[in-house]
Design a protein around this ligand. Structure first.
Ligand SMILES: *Cc1c(COP(=O)(O)O)cnc(C)c1O
Length: 401
């Protein structure tokens, strides 16, 4: 069975920079909690890297999304347009505010499909003096959450156009796409997360850079930035007398985590460089097998190559059996998330023409994508996948051809 020495995990963090040094500084100075210089340093470093005007550190990406939704004006009984194909966090964040998600299909890169958002706004909703009203539910649609899936940038040009036309706020879930940017068009050289009204990054252990757990809200709007800091730090209006005029949250990031974040961010460009090289290696190695294809990247973008998706253009059970067979041989792989419009808490929520998401959900296999994968690792992964696939699923007569 599986020899652990040869085990190649789906994704592990890489900590080869100044993590020890900066965290030791926190411990030596006993600035270990939510005050201390590294929180500011980390926020400034994120602004500098992404070009965002303001960055507000918080305890994780999900909390950041919740605050961003509050700042976008989402309230009880409003609706928010979300992709069905995503990790569930942004969908839950909508529900934390007692608002309802409406599920959209994806495009050819697994990102939310702007064509369908537009059709939904045009044919299934109507403009009223209170805002865009969903004809079926009667609720007001307040915002869209585009998620840059696996680091591939969404079609923000089209999404922003729709948002302007229908007066919707845009909260970019850039938790998987830190370091991804556009290379052409209106948003040339803009990073994902910096285009909507607000953007959110995550520094969970599986993300491209990590603080163990952590997040960052970013915006160019000074008023929203001030409010984000206020709400994530218990809404304190008078620090001496403890006056709170609103209900705040304890969503702060600690100094230790921020110290780690500064060290990780120093390495982000190098991680992306390695990930890009490995993406190209994977692509090359799967080139000559018809049913196995590495997902393309969207034109006019420079993604962070966070996760690699292998499309297995066969029946779903082929993909599912492969996961087990590969696990036995020391290669960890995973299917896509179960689609959110089919998840138990959301089964009664509205969804709109979900087609492509189902197609991808049956076929995608995420393969090892850590930033420290060597050429040797890639060779082992690809050869094992090819071997398992050919042995089990390609007929003898076809192989003989
Ligand atoms: C990881 C992730 C989040 C949540 O980030 P946490 O820091 O884990 O709370 C939100 N959305 C997506 C799409 C994610 O992948």
């Amino acid at each position: 069975m599986c020899n652990k020495d040869l085990f190649i995990p789906l994704s592990v963090p890489v900590m080869t920079g100044n993590e020890w040094k900066y965290i030791k500084e926190c411990l030596d100075s006993s600035w270990v909690s939510s005050a201390g210089p590294y929180v500011n340093k980390f926020e400034e470093a994120v602004c500098k890297y992404t070009g965002a005007k303001h960055a507000i550190a918080c305890m994780n990406g999900t909390a950041g999304l919740q605050i961003a939704l509050i700042l976008a004006g989402v309230k009880d009984n409003d609706e928010v347009i979300v992709p069905t194909l995503t990790f569930i966090a942004p969908v839950n964040a909508v529900k934390y505010l007692n608002a309802e998600p409406v599920f959209m299909d994806c495009d050819d890169y697994m990102n939310i499909d702007p064509e369908k958002i537009e059709a939904f706004c045009k044919y299934k909703s109507e403009i009223t003096d209170k805002g865009l009203r969903n004809k079926k539910s009667g609720r007001i649609i307040k915002a869209i959450i585009p998620v840059h899936i696996f680091g591939n940038p969404c079609n923000m040009v089209h999404i922003i156009e729709i948002a302007k036309k229908y007066n919707l706020k845009v909260i970019e879930d850039a938790t998987e796409s830190m370091g991804s940017y556009y290379t052409e068009g209106v948003y040339k050289n803009k990073f994902t997360g910096t285009i909507g009204n607000l953007g959110v990054y995550s520094f969970n252990g599986n993300k491209i850079i990590t603080t163990g757990g952590g997040g960052m809200i970013i915006t160019d709007n000074e008023e929203l930035a001030r409010k984000a800091k206020y709400l994530t730090t218990q809404a304190k209006d008078d620090a001496v007398n403890f006056i709170h005029n609103e209900i705040g949250y304890n969503f702060r990031l600690t100094n230790i985590q921020a110290a780690m974040g500064v060290a990780q961010l120093e390495q982000l460009n190098n991680f992306i460089r390695i990930k890009k090289k490995n993406y190209e290696l994977y692509k090359e190695k799967f080139k000559n097998i018809k049913e196995l294809e590495i997902m393309e990247i969207p034109e006019g973008t420079s993604p962070n190559y966070w996760f690699y998706s292998l499309i297995i253009n066969r029946e779903k059970n082929v993909r599912d059996e492969l996961i087990e067979k590969l696990d036995d041989r020391g290669i960890q792989t995973r299917p896509l998330w179960y689609l959110n419009h089919m998840q138990k808490p959301y089964i009664n929520n509205q969804s709109y023409k979900i087609e492509k998401a189902l197609w991808f959900w049956e076929r995608v296999l995420n393969i090892p994508s850590s930033s420290n994968l060597t050429e040797e690792d890639i060779k082992k992964v690809t050869e094992t996948i090819k071997d398992c696939y050919e042995k089990n699923y390609i007929n003898r007569w076809r192989r003989a051809l």
